[in-house]
Design a protein around this ligand. Structure first.
Ligand SMILES: Nc1ncnc2c1ncn2[C@@H]1O[C@H](COP(=O)(O)OP(=O)(O)OP(=O)(O)O)[C@@H](O)[C@H]1O
Ligand SMILES: [Mg+2]
Length: 383
């Protein structure tokens, strides 16, 4: 395959078309601009690498995206919307589009992201394995960490997991602390800040990447983005299920991985986050009291009508030779897959906590057993 990409622009908007054309390297790519009525003919004529739709006043946008993907599933579809009709955008993504941007605000974001998308596309096409790790906006994964019992290691695991993915891949990663009452992530990551996710409330209906990055903190070693929870009682009252759901959807659009640290208390916010998550990692200790709490959580979630069968996985924490139950016993007692086991590493983990330093700081560094286990877990997720 030649390195030249075939880019098709579907547009009736001359000004936007010209702005997009100016941002594409015309020597390295072959670019064709067509009108929306010519989509089927042009798609059938030859294989297209990229199709960029600039929203027109037609009702066929969703069908056209579907059609492009049905002819050649690898074609990378980008939708540039001229208004932020959320239900239209959701349907566009469902139809298989890789990305969307809302103009005019996000035009510069699109332009800055386009080279990465081209690289991702080339990787995807060149890769022998279909499962190559490809990152792109619009279909970021939400991984939530939960446990019905407090103090099981959610915050430590979620933040080290996020840090590991950020350090060991090219992905954009966001860590979100939803412990609205007590927080916790800011201590482990030693952040001092007066901004929290509640500051997104005024813009929650039009939330975009810029808003999120204005409020999030950047961890200085890995450049992981972190959204801290508010700690004053008044701020918490502003947050409800609708807020959580809008927040997570916007985060998913802008980051490849959104790692959510959840509190043990089950309320509207926790339930919404669990439902939005692609994976719910339940952090479990291998002892009878912890299994009882897990059973109780299963019953409660069933009563609440939550379907966790396909999304919930177990992360075994604090494993050791003295464990009351062995992993093979647990496999028989628990009906969810055990995705990772993390060794008990009290002294070394505590040293970091006492120094107020994040456990992972560089891609190449000496790893304590806890970090090695988290790395194994993170690698299994990335591959
Ligand atoms: N594998 C491990 N080995 C040693 N210590 C650990 C391990 N996992 C967690 N810890 C320690 O256990 C304590 C509780 O961990 P953490 O705060 O992450 O739990 P949590 O589930 O988030 O608790 P909370 O209910 O307070 O939110 C911390 O002191 C942490 O350092
Ligand atoms: Mg915690």
């Amino acid at each position: 395959m030649s390195e030249q990409l075939d880019i098709l622009i579907v547009s009736e908007e001359e000004t936007i078309t010209n702005q997009v054309l100016n941002s594409i390297n015309r020597e390295e790519n072959s670019v064709t601009v067509i009108e929306s009525k010519d989509v089927s003919r042009e798609i059938n004529r030859q294989t297209r690498d990229f199709v960029i739709f600039i929203q027109a006043n037609t009702d066929y946008a969703v069908e056209q995206v579907q059609y492009v993907k049905s002819i050649h599933a690898l074609t990378y579809v980008i939708f540039l919307a001229t208004d932020s009709d959320i239900s239209l955008l959701r349907n566009i993504m469902r139809a298989g589009a890789e990305e969307f941007f809302i103009l005019p605000d996000e035009l510069s974001l699109f332009i800055s992201r386009f080279p990465t998308m081209q690289q991702n596309y080339k990787l995807r096409v060149h890769s022998d394995q279909e499962s190559a790790v490809v990152f792109g906006r619009g279909r970021g994964q939400i991984y939530a960490f939960y446990s019905g019992k407090g103090g099981t290691g959610r915050t430590t695991i979620a933040s080290t997991f996020a840090q590991t993915i950020k350090l060991e891949s090219a992905a954009e990663v966001l860590l979100i602390d939803l412990n609205l009452q007590f927080g916790g992530v800011e201590t482990i990551m030693s952040l001092e800040t007066n901004r929290s996710l509640v500051d997104l409330k005024p813009v929650i209906h039009e939330l975009n990447e810029n808003h999120i990055r204005n409020v999030s903190q950047t961890e200085s070693h890995s450049k992981l983005e972190i959204l801290i929870s508010p700690t004053d009682a008044e701020a918490q009252e502003i947050i409800d299920g609708d807020f959580i759901s809008r927040l997570l959807r916007a985060c998913r659009r802008s980051f490849d991985f959104c790692i959510v640290d959840l509190p043990s208390a089950i309320d509207e916010n926790t339930v919404t986050a669990m439902e939005e998550a692609d994976k719910l990692y339940y952090v479990l200790h291998a002892d009878t009291p912890s299994l009882k709490v897990l059973k109780h959580f299963e019953e409660l979630s069933e009563r609440l009508g939550m379907d966790l069968k396909s999304s919930m996985e177990i992360i075994l924490n604090q494993t050791s030779k003295e464990m009351e139950l062995k992993e093979k016993d647990l496999k028989e007692l628990v009906r969810y897959p055990i995705t990772a086991s993390i060794r008990k590493d009290y002294k070394k983990v505590q040293t970091f906590m006492n120094k107020g330093e994040p456990i992972r700081k560089a891609q190449k560094e000496k790893l304590i057993p806890f970090s090695k286990d988290i790395r194994k877990f993170a690698k299994s997720v990335l591959s």
